[in-house]
Design a protein around this ligand. Structure first.
Ligand code: PLP
Length: 383
C-alpha cells in the first residue's frame, strides 16, 4: 500500500530549526527577544496599528480577551454550536454563561438572525468563529453589536490570513481577535496564539494578566529608580506567556505565510475542479470581496450519495487517507448539552451539516500526487 496521507501536517524546515537551536544556545528560552520580534512582525503583518500579544495558546488568548472586557458571573456570550469547545469554555472560566446558536447552511458560519434572537439583557459579547477560514459577515455582526452595545471577540483560530471585504481579519472594528498556532493551523509554533486589538487599555490589561498580574509599566514609568528585581502584582493573573522557543518558530512561519496561502489556494482550487460533479456539497469560497485562508476543506456528503459520511471516512482510512470532523457540535457534547439543556432540534442546520461533514487532507507540504490519490479515492467511493 502507498504511504499514509494524513489530514494535516505542519511544514517546518531549516529556518525554524536553526532559529530554535539559536534560541536554545542563547541562554534565554522563555519570553524574551524572540517573542518581542514575533509580536512586532505580527503587528506589521496585520497592519492598521494593532497591538499583538503573544500567548501560549489561542484558548489562553480568548480567556484574556473576555477577562479584559470584564466578562463575569451574570454575563452571557453568544457563540455558534459548530466550534471547538475552547470557544465556549473560556466564558465558564469567568463564571459567565454561553448562548449557543445555529449556523448558516451555506457558509457554516454563525447565523446573524440567530444572534439577534439570542440577545438578552445579560448579553455582553458576541464571539464569531471564522469557520474553516471563511470570514463571518462582520458588517452585520458589528452593527448588531453597536445596536445592542455589545463587545465582539473574534475566534480567528482558522482565519490567518483571511480577509473580509478586503480587510485583514484582526484589523476590523471588533474589540479583540485571537489567532491560534496549534500544530494543525495555517502556521504553527507547536502550541501558541496571538491576541490583537487596537484598544490600548484592553492591550494593557491583557499584557498584565498574561503574566501573573505583574504591572511592569507601573514601575518602569513612574518609579524608574526602583531596581530591576522589583515588580508589582496588581491582580491575580495567569501564566499565559509564549516562550522564545515557540516564537523562534513563529518568526519564520509568519514569513512563509503568504507562500503557504498560495499553496492552500492552489490545492483548494484543484479540489473544486475535480470534485464538482460528485454528490458532495463543496465548501463556500468568499463571494464578498474577501479571501478564504483554506485552513480546512470541509465537504458534505449529500443525501443521494451512495455512501454516507461515516462510510466515506472508513473508505478513506482503508485507503490510507486521514480525515477528520470539525466539529462534534457543542449541542452534542455532554457538558454543554446538559448544562444548557441543548437539544438537536434547536440546531437543525448545524446538526444536519455535522452529520454530513468531513475535513479532507489539505496542508502545504501535500504534493499534487498525494492530492490526486485523495481525489481518486473520493471519486471511486462516490460514483
Ligand atoms: C484551534 C482552535 C482553538 C484553540 O486554539 P489553541 O491554540 O489550541 O488553544 C479555538 N477555537 C477554534 C475554532 C479552534 O479551531
Amino acid at each position: 500500500m502507498s504511504e499514509f496521507i494524513p489530514f494535516a501536517v505542519p511544514e517546518i524546515s531549516n529556518e525554524e530549526i536553526n532559529e530554535v537551536v539559536d534560541t536554545l544556545r542563547s541562554g534565554w528560552i522563555t519570553t524574551g527577544p524572540k517573542v518581542k520580534q514575533f509580536e512586532s512582525d505580527f503587528q506589521s503583518f496585520i497592519g492598521s496599528g494593532v497591538e499583538a500579544i503573544a500567548v501560549n495558546s489561542a484558548t489562553a488568548g480568548l480567556h484574556l480577551a473576555l477577562e479584559a472586557l470584564g466578562v463575569g458571573e451574570g454575563d452571557e456570550v453568544i457563540i455558534p454550536s459548530l466550534t471547538f469547545t475552547a470557544t465556549a469554555e473560556v466564558a465558564r472560566y469567568l463564571g459567565a454563561d454561553i448562548r449557543v446558536v445555529d449556523i448558516d447552511s451555506d457558509t457554516l458560519n454563525i447565523d446573524i438572525e440567530a444572534i439577534r434572537g439570542a440577545i438578552t439583557l445579560k448579553t455582553k459579547v458576541i464571539m464569531p468563529v471564522h469557520y474553516a477560514g471563511l470570514s463571518c459577515n462582520m458588517d452585520e455582526i458589528l452593527s448588531l453589536a453597536e445596536e445592542f452595545d455589545l463587545k465582539v471577540v473574534e475566534d480567528a483560530a482558522h482565519a490567518l490570513p483571511t480577509t473580509y471585504r478586503g480587510d485583514m481579519i484582526g484589523a476590523l472594528k471588533s474589540d479583540i481577535a485571537v489567532f491560534s498556532f496549534y500544530a494543525n493551523k495555517t502556521m504553527t509554533t507547536g502550541e501558541g496564539g496571538m491576541v490583537v486589538t487596537r484598544n490600548s487599555d484592553l492591550a494593557k490589561r491583557m499584557k498584565i494578566m498574561r503574566l501573573h498580574g505583574i504591572d511592569r509599566d507601573a514601575f518602569d514609568r513612574f518609579q524608574s529608580k526602583k531596581p530591576a528585581w522589583y515588580y508589582e502584582v496588581v491582580a491575580p493573573g495567569f501564566k499565559y506567556n509564549m516562550t522564545d522557543i515557540a516564537a523562534a518558530m513563529g518568526i519564520h512561519q509568519l514569513k512563509k505565510l503568504p507562500g503557504f496561502l498560495d499553496r492552500r489556494q492552489y490545492l483548494a482550487k484543484r479540489y473544486f475542479d475535480s470534485l464538482v460533479d460528485l454528490p458532495l456539497t463543496l465548501p463556500m469560497d468568499d463571494m464578498d470581496g474577501g479571501s478564504h485562508s483554506w485552513h480546512l476543506f470541509v465537504i458534505r456528503v449529500q443525501d443521494n450519495s451512495p455512501v454516507n459520511r461515516d462510510e466515506l471516512i472508513q473508505i478513506l482510512s482503508d485507503q490510507g487517507i486521514g480525515s477528520s470532523v470539525h466539529y462534534v457540535p457543542l449541542h452534542r457534547q455532554p457538558y454543554w448539552r446538559d448544562k444548557y439543556q441543548l437539544t438537536i432540534d434547536m440546531f437543525p442546520i448545524t446538526d444536519k451539516a455535522y452529520q454530513a461533514m468531513l475535513s479532507i487532507p489539505l496542508y502545504t507540504a501535500m504534493s499534487d500526487e498525494q492530492q490526486d490519490r485523495v481525489i481518486q479515492v473520493l471519486r471511486e467511493a462516490l460514483t
